[in-house]
Write a protein that binds this ligand. Structure first.
Ligand code: F6P
Length: 341
């Protein structure tokens, strides 16, 4: 079993569930350290009842993680295959998001590698599943932050811009914005203009509300009525070749203050969204996914991923899950938009 990509609350709950069900079947379970890097470098550790005891409520991952992509390192895929066979392993459970599971899908398609996937990410951007675990906790953390920002915004008559994660999708922004009663939400999928956002805030002030909450997703491109667009990113990229987001909130806050004259502050929630204990909902979802993954291994149904459809745990192909990003559909944004201004 390995955990790859950005960590999120609930990883340990999956590790526990996969292990517990596998122990019941007298399987041996081996943990692979730090995602795909552990398979490339041969870093293993046995997982027994003692190792997995007490980990259900713990955030992070007891196995460690990395964004190592063996397909981007010369000779690394061969080393993955060699280490896997040298340890006489029968199956791999890969717990990850689109990157980690993208590697799993390729290994399965190109090398008939016996792997099953479990969908993790706070971003909730994996296709073929309604929800990934970790997302509910992130939304809960952001909602709590928005609630707290409301009271200080109101005391000072300020606009509070809250920057949340989510990469190229606005799931966290939309859901926490709806739950927290945000007055404007900006996401990559429905890029309303900076001018339109300011108009909503002005309208609100005209109606006697002197404070506002603006939630912006890190991947939102500042969009202007002129048609100009501006993405805000940090220098460098991760090992999967993704841009590093962060900073759009600061630029947006500056724009709002300049255009409206309303005093504006920015809060970047950052990695707080990925830390700490999972919500009960995430613990339960992660547990159900873990049991399903262990069952898929037992049945020899490789190239599959545990998924949630409605309230049912099902399995889907890794290929389908990683083919494209699951973006926020317009009807969800309309729910949020009904409360703008
Ligand atoms: O994919 C999860 C995520 O938290 C994104 O929302 C964010 O853009 C990225 O990871 C941050 O990555 P890192 O932990 O490498 O800074």
């Amino acid at each position: 079993m390995l955990t790859g990509g950005g960590d999120c609350p609930g990883l340990n709950a999956v590790i526990r569930a996969v292990s517990r069900r596998s122990f019941d079947r007298d399987f041996e379970v081996l943990g692979i350290r730090e995602g795909w890097r552990g398979l490339v470098e041969g870093k293993f550790e046995p997982l027994g009842p003692r190792e997995i005891s007490g980990i259900l409520p713990r955030g992070g991952t007891i196995l460690g993680t990395s964004r190592t992509n063996p397909f981007r390192i010369e000779g690394a895929v061969e080393r993955v295959l060699e280490h896997f066979s040298a340890e006489s392993l029968d199956a791999l459970v890969a717990i990850g998001g689109e990157d980690t599971l993208g590697v799993a899908a390729r290994l399965y398609a190109e090398h008939d590698f016996p792997v099953v996937g479990v969908p993790k990410t706070i971003d909730n951007d994996l296709s073929a599943t309604d929800y990934t675990f970790g997302f509910d906790t992130a939304v809960w953390i952001c909602t709590e932050a928005i609630d707290r920002l409301h009271t200080t915004a109101e005391s000072h008559n300020r606009v509070m811009v809250v920057e949340v994660m989510g990469r190229h999708t606005g799931w966290i922004a939309v859901m926490s914005g709806i739950a927290g009663g945000a007055d404007v939400i900006l996401i990559p999928e429905q890029p309303i203009t900076v001018e339109a956002a300011c108009e909503e805030l002005e309208k609100r002030h005209q109606h006697g509300k002197d404070f506002s909450i603006v939630v912006v997703s890190e991947g939102y491109e500042l969009t202007y009525a002129s048609g100009e667009r501006r993405e805000v990113t940090q220098a460098g990229e991760d090992e999967f070749g993704h841009v590093r987001f962060g900073g759009v909130g600061e630029v947006l806050a500056h724009e709002i203050e300049e255009r409206t004259g309303f005093e504006t502050r920015v809060t970047v929630l950052g990695h707080v969204q990925r830390g700490g204990s999972p919500t009960p909902r995430d613990r339960i979802l992660a547990t159900r996914y873990g049991l399903k993954a262990a069952d898929l291994v037992d049945e020899g149904r490789f190239g599959r991923m545990a998924a949630l459809h409605g309230d049912e745990i099902v399995d889907v192909s890794l290929e389908e899950a990683t083919a494209e990003l699951k973006t926020v559909p317009p009807d969800w944004y309309e729910v949020a938009r009904a409360f703008f201004g």
